[in-house]
Ligand binder design. Structure first.
Ligand code: ADP
Ligand code: MG
Length: 412
């Protein structure tokens, strides 16, 4: 009996492990799979029957059939039933017609409840499954009674039938209970992911509107001042310049957000890490010089990663910009790249202010910035780009000494 129960439980644990993370299956295919699993389970149950009293061999084959009918509909049920019948025919013996009769009863019972089934809540479904299995026990008993009417007066047989009905009912109850729990957990997980996404979206919306409004207000102010006829042409040029700068800022904020919202890489190509870091360093040199920062490069040749050129550069630029900004009194920004045991490893290091552990943990969340004109988007965008490139990013930092961003692309 315990072995039978184990056979019934096993598919559920397997389902937990293999199924749940892949929800996008075609319903048709999964109902066929369910039918096959039910059939195999029933087959195993039939191979190892148990006996309540010597001579009466019983097994729980009807439990998978009832469950496949309940959760997979007719197609699953038919597959399971045909496997059961094939095995039963192969085994032969006087019980074959009885088996056919009970299987037919299973479909009959399912027909009665099938229409209302989708509307039921999970406790009702469990009750329905148990009722179905009790109905099958009753069918077995009825059939036996029709064939040998004397059996009905045989108290041993009646006792066994009742015991069997109780066992089958309990087994069905346990299995459906677990299935309902699994279904509930899966739904809960989906909801959790959804609400995480919603939270991120609302945070993003809040910071977008906040961040874009500032430059717009500033631009509006300058344009308003330009209305003043008596303004000198120098001031006029300066204001226009400032207004344009602010508009550029708004634009770059928006494009940062778009980059974040759409980190999927469209055109994957092999990028030479050495080249990308060199050109990033070139881009950053003026900014670095302005802040008395030296840039050093230690690069190995021939490190290739899959990604999109512009985005990868943007990620490096964002990290480099932060590094430079962390060194207001000057310092060294170093890039290293090379092959290590873990794969291709890129490091962006600075000798700047560093961060506490709490600050490091907050990196990459939108809107976290310690700078006056900061947006808190740089690291967030960098992280999402690395994630889209299937890389990992880790940070070590110590206050006053500096920070190291390590990007690892595992070799596959
Ligand atoms: P922003 O640069 O606009 O502030 P980021 O997302 O790029 O936004 O960075 C968020 C914050 O993380 C920064 O304000 C800064 O406090 C901290 N930070 C990021 N990189 C470094 C670094 N290399 N050294 C020290 N602090 C850093
Ligand atoms: Mg930044």
């Amino acid at each position: 009996l315990l072995i039978n129960l184990m056979f019934l439980m096993l598919p559920m644990f397997l389902a937990q492990v293999f199924w749940i993370d892949r929800p996008n299956r075609k319903p048709r295919r999964s109902s066929i799979a369910l039918g096959l699993i039910g059939g195999v389970t029933a087959f195993f149950c039939m191979m190892v029957p148990f006996h309540l009293t010597s001579g009466y061999f019983l097994d729980l084959r009807m439990v998978p059939l009832a469950i496949c009918l309940m959760y997979g509909g007719y197609s699953s049920g038919l597959i399971t039933a045909s496997i059961i019948m094939m095995v039963r025919l192969y085994q032969g013996g006087p019980g074959v017609p009885s088996s056919f009769f009970v299987v037919a009863c299973a479909f009959l019972g399912y027909m009665v409840i099938s229409r209302r089934l989708p509307k039921w809540t999970s406790p009702n479904k469990i009750i329905a499954a148990v009722a179905l299995s009790l109905w099958l026990s009753a069918a077995t008993l009825t059939y036996a009674w029709m064939i040998h009417s004397d059996i009905f007066y045989n108290s041993l047989h009646i006792r066994l039938s009742l015991q069997f009905a109780a066992i089958q009912g309990t087994a069905t109850w346990i299995i459906t209970y677990f299935i309902e729990i699994i279904i509930k957990n899966t739904a809960l997980r989906g909801m959790l992911e959804q609400s995480k996404k919603m939270q991120l979206v609302s945070e993003l919306a809040a910071s977008v509107s906040h961040e874009v409004r500032n430059p717009l207000t500033v631009t509006r102010g300058f344009i308003q001042m330009l209305k003043n006829e008596s303004l000198s042409s120098e001031k006029r040029t300066a204001y226009i310049h400032l207004a344009l700068e602010e508009l550029d800022r708004a634009e770059s904020i928006i494009s940062d957000f778009l980059n974040f919202a759409k980190p999927q890489l469209r055109r994957l190509e092999a990028l030479d890490v050495l080249q990308e870091i060199r050109s990033t360093a070139d881009i950053m040199t003026p900014y670095a010089t302005m802040n008395q920062v030296n840039i050093t490069l230690t690069l190995e040749e021939g490190c290739l990663v899959q990604g999109e050129k512009d985005k990868f550069r943007q990620c490096l630029v964002n990290l480099a910009k932060n590094a430079i900004e962390a060194m207001p009194e000057g310092g060294t920004l170093s890039f290293t790249a090379g092959r290590e045991q873990a794969g291709i490893v890129i490091r962006v290091m600075d000798t700047g202010a560093g961060m506490t552990k709490e600050q490091v943990d907050r990196l990459g969340t939108p809107y976290y910035s310690t700078k006056d004109k900061g947006t808190g988007l740089g690291t967030m965008v960098a992280f999402s780009i690395i994630q889209a490139m299937k890389g990992r990013i880790s940070i070590t930092s110590s206050i006053g000494k500096g920070t190291c961003f390590t990007i690892t692309f595992h070799s596959t």
